[in-house]
Design a protein around this ligand. Structure first.
Ligand SMILES: [Zn+2]
Ligand SMILES: [Zn+2]
Length: 82
């Protein structure tokens, strides 16, 4: 069981998980609730994306090996840490 999440663009996510709902990390401005677009590098195609989508994958099977972009190992979206 791994809890690594990798930033992914929409194209890569739909290729990785056809028909699945993406996990979207919504970042909002606390002052007015406006959606903030955070640019990250897709771990699967290395392009910049502001989709806010993350795909769970073992970093050993992804080109980034957990070193590129945003990753959370444990506790993502649950408030818990393993
Ligand atoms: Zn990655
Ligand atoms: Zn991509």
């Amino acid at each position: 069981m791994n809890r690594w999440v990798h930033p992914a663009c929409i194209d890569c996510f739909s290729a990785l998980a056809p028909g699945r709902e993406p996990v979207v990390l919504r970042v909002t401005d606390p002052r007015n609730g406006a959606r903030l677009r955070v640019r990250r590098t897709c771990c699967f195609c290395s392009r910049d994306t502001d989709a806010g989508i993350f795909a769970r994958r073992d970093p050993a099977t992804v080109g980034c090996h957990g070193a590129l972009g945003y990753h959370a190992n444990g506790g993502f979206g649950t408030g818990r840490r393993g």
